[in-house]
Design a protein around this ligand. Structure first.
Ligand code: KG4
Ligand code: ZN
Length: 404
């Protein structure tokens, strides 16, 4: 079963093609194409994602990314315009329906008519697309494109929850690898989702069953990284910049004297539950910077110390809560997903603690940690193997979609 997946929930446009084999209990995924077009350069100057610009860029990126993905998977075949209906096996194009779907996506509509009719129907079995959560204007572009493709190629279309994608991302195998990998999850499992919009601990007693047992009460962890990065004057997206800066930290070079000890709170560390709160750390960083600026001590060295301490504080809280959840629910596997797991300090700390406690841990490679479409294809493939998915052509974007 070959699945083409589209992901446009935030500021990355992504398309993947994944081959799905095996069974629900032993799924095998092989990535045939994994393409991401980053919009960082566009949003950088605004210091964050601008939904209207993200929507416009998705509209411009989708067709070129589709062509690249079909080529990577060796599914790219064109046919001459005069013999299109016979050769391409496309039905006569349902022009009105497609124009209705793409009416609000000016660039995409133009490219669609220029390029798609010349494509031979690719040898894929299904299309999957992110339905939510995310920025609704951005989600809609991917959804409308997926609906239009499903219509002209006559393929079933599966709406997918982005968070389920992050949880299942570690099941995807490396695109360069010829070896196929079948990962195993022993239940109960605890999944930790750490992204720009979410910080959640999820209990699963079986595949595709989710119960949220802990979540942030305010900012998501990635959001905290991005906001603190902005306070430190680092470029967007801030998470990666903080981890780069923190790498420069050396214990030996610390020479700050009181009252400027760089110490941040560990919010809700001993709250007794599995919830998080990150907005307090951000405020603590803000006050610290204000004090340092007044004393003329806010220089690059101090920024390195703050980045290091911030990362340490976040890591300590996440480790404590995650392993508390594992203990509480007697979990046998820890699954991690979301952009913040690209952070080497957090990654290493989770791996070390899991090894110490002999808990199996599944962490996706970096390019599967941040937003991508392979995780969407994997989730769709998994649902199809488990016979827990129905194709649909009439669903809507859901910005606040939850895990059920
Ligand atoms: O999963 P993701 O790509 O998008 C969402 O679904 O939100 O996560 C993006 C988040 C951003 O907040 C970004 O700053 C953060 O992941 N991030 C990092 C690192 N790389 C990306 N945070 C900390 N350290 C990193 N190396
Ligand atoms: Zn995400």
């Amino acid at each position: 079963m070959k699945i083409l997946a589209i992901e446009t929930s935030c500021d990355d446009t992504a398309i993947s093609i994944v081959d799905v084999k095996g069974s629900k209990n032993k799924p095998v995924f092989k990535i045939l194409a994994h393409n991401i077009s980053s919009q960082t350069k566009i949003h950088e100057k605004w210091g964050g994602v601008v939904p209207s610009l993200a929507k416009r860029e998705h509209g411009r990126n989708l067709v070129p990314l589709l062509f690249k993905s079909l080529k990577d998977a060796q599914f790219f075949e064109t046919c001459p315009a005069d013999r299109r209906v016979q050769l391409c096996k496309t039905k006569v194009f349902p022009d009105k329906k497609i124009n209705k779907l793409l009416d609000r996506e000016v660039d995409l509509q133009k490219q669609f008519w220029q390029e798609i009719p010349s494509l031979k129907v690719p040898k894929i079995d299904a299309i999957a697309v992110t339905k939510g959560p995310g920025l609704e204007p951005a989600l809609w572009v991917g959804i409308n494109f997926a609906k239009a493709l499903a219509l002209v190629w006559d393929k079933p279309l599966y709406p997918i929850n982005h968070l389920e994608g992050h949880i299942l991302a570690s099941l995807a195998s490396h695109p360069q690898s010829t070896k196929q990998k079948a990962e195993n999850i022993s239940f109960p499992a605890i999944s930790l989702i750490v992204s720009g919009g979410h910080t959640e601990l999820v209990l699963s007693r079986d595949w595709l069953k989710y119960k949220i047992v802990g979540r942030t009460r305010d900012d998501a962890v990635g959001e905290a990284f991005d906001k603190v990065a902005r306070l430190l004057g680092l470029p967007y997206p801030g998470g990666r910049e903080i981890s780069k800066l923190a790498l420069k930290f050396k214990h030996s070079s610390r020479k700050i004297v009181p009252p400027f000890e760089i110490k941040l709170p560990r919010p809700m560390l001993n709250s007794g539950d599995l919830d998080f709160s990150f907005s307090g750390i951000k405020t603590a960083v803000l006050y610290l910077i204000q004090k340092l600026k007044l004393a003329n001590k806010f220089d690059n060295k101090i920024k390195i110390e703050i980045a290091h301490e911030f990362q340490k504080s976040i890591t300590e809280v996440i480790i404590a809560k995650t392993f508390k959840a594992i203990d509480q629910f007697k979990a046998r596997t820890l699954v991690v997903g979301g952009g913040v797991i690209a952070n080497p300090t957090l990654r290493q700390a989770l791996q070390q603690e899991a090894a110490r406690l002999k808990i199996k841990v599944l962490i996706p490679e970096i390019s599967y940690s941040t937003d991508n479409a392979s995780m969407i294809a994997v989730a769709a493939g998994f649902r199809l193997l488990a016979k827990k998915s129905r194709s649909s052509s009439s669903f809507k974007a859901e910005g606040n979609l939850n895990l059920k």
